[in-house]
Design a protein around this ligand. Sequence first.
Ligand code: SF4
Length: 67
Amino acid sequence: MEKVEIDKNLCIGCGACAAICPKNFEIGDDGLAEVTNDKVTDEVKEAAENCPTDAIKIKKADKKEEL
Ligand code: SF4
């Protein structure tokens, strides 16, 4: 299982991820991207590839980390 996260320190709020994959990303009140659904789909991978700052991180979901 994989999950997607946004590194807000890298995000510049360009909106590309929300445009490519609105099911998983939206621009929050702070003007930066937020994950609304961390399930990794092909669209999520496409958004990650198109993020200009590589702020979209796809990680292995480790059960120990979720506890
Ligand atoms: S594509 Fe990257 S930089 Fe642009 S809003 Fe999404 S996470 Fe932020």
